[in-house]
Design a protein around this ligand. Sequence first.
Ligand code: HAM
Length: 420
Amino acid sequence: MKYQAPKGTHDILPAEVAEWRRLEQTFREVCDQYVFEELRTPMFEHTEVFVRAVGEETDIVSKEMYVFEDRGGRSLALRPEGTAGVVRACLQHGLGGRDGKTLVKVYYLMPIFRYERPQAGRYRQHHQAGVEVLGSQDPALDAEVIDLACTYYARLDLTGVRVLINSVGCPACRPRYREELRAFLAPVLDRLCVDCRRRQETNPLRVLDCKHETCRELTKDAPLMLDHLCDECAAHFEQLRQHLKTLGVPAEVDPRIVRGLDYYTKTAFEVRHAALGAQDALMGGGRYDGLVEELGGPPTPAVGFGLGLERAILARRQAGAADTLEPRRGVFVAALGQQAQNAAVGLLGRLRRAGVRADMHHGDRGLRAQLRQADKRNYARAVLLGEDELRSGAATVRDLVTGEQVEIPLDELAIKLAEQ
Ligand code: HAM
C-alpha cells in the first residue's frame, strides 16, 4: 500500500458509521434533555488560546500540540482539547453577557488532535463529546454535568463505569498546599521518574497521578489537596457530594485525581472503565473558575467535561454491550435485463422523490444474486422488475423478512412504498 492514514489516526468505515451515529445521536438527545445547546468552533485556534488556557508547562501544550504557521505568519494550533475554543467563542460572541452572569450551557462533538504515542485507546486524532456550563458557581451544576455523562453511558448500555471525584482547590488554598507537597517531594526527588522531577518544579500536583510504580510508592504518604482545602472549597466539595447522592450517582472520592490541564479549580472528576486497560479514562472534566478571565473575559465560574468517543466504543465492545441491529429500511430495485434496468432508473427517481430510500444494481447480475445483495445490505423490500413486469405494468414487491410478495402497478409504486 503506497499511502496509509497518518499514524494514530483512523478511517471510520461505512460498517462502523452506524455505531458512531448512535453515539453522537444519543449524546445530542441527552444534552437536549439537560437543556444544553450545540456549539461548533473551528478546528484550529490561535496557539496562544491553548497556551494560556491549558498551560504552557502541560504535556498537552509543551509536547503534544500540532502547531503551524499560516501563510500570514500567524501561529495556529489544531485544537488539543475543546474547552479553550468554546470559552473563546462564548467571549467573542458575548454569550455569557457582558458581566459573564448569563448562564451558558453548550455541548459539542469534535475531533481533537494530540501528538501522543499511539496505543490502544490513545490516538493522535480522537473525537470528544463534551459540555461546558459558564456563569455559575453552583455545585449543583458540577453534579449536573457528571450526572449527564452517567445518563449518557447508561443510554449506551455501558455498565461498569466508575465515577471518581476530587477537589484540586483554588488560588486561595492551592499555593500553600503546593509548597507543602514540594517540600515532601524534595528528599525523594532523585528517585522520581524524569517527568516527575520536572513536575516537582512546574506542577507538583501531577506527580500524584504518575503511573510509575516507584513514583506511586514514594508518594503514597504525600499530603493531599483534599486535606488542605479552604473553607469555600471544602463546602463546595461537600455540596457536590450531597447533590450526587441525591441524583443517585455512585461517585467515589479519589484524592489523586489530578487533571493534565492547568485550568481546573475546585472540582475535578473522571469516569473510568476497567475494560479499557492502561487508557482507562472514558471522560474527564471539572470546574475552571479562572479560565474565562484568563482569556480576557469577566470573572466567570464554569464547569464541564469531555468524553472520548473511541474509548466509549472500545469499552462497549469489551463490556459486551451488544448493539441492537439496525432496522431494515428502504427498497432495492432488482432489475433483470437492459430494458428493465432502463425502466429502473426512472422508477428510482420517482421513489427517491417520494422520499423512499432506494437503490439498484448497476450491471449484469442474476435475480437471485441481486436479492442476496439486498438482504445483506439490510433493505426492507425488493422490487422485482423484468420483461414480464414491464409488459403487465405491475411489479412484484417482496418483503425481505417474511418473503411475502404483492403485485403493485408501476405507476402507483412510489406512492404505495412511500406510505409504508
Ligand atoms: P481530557 O481528560 O484531556 O480533558 O480528555 C477528555 C477525554 O478524551 C478523556 O477522558 C479520554 O476519554 C479522551 N481522550 C483524551 N486523549 C485521548 C487520546 N489521545 N485518544 C483517545 N481518547 C482521548 C479535556 O480535554 C478537557 N477539555 C475536558 C473538559 C471539558 N474539562 C472541562 N470541560
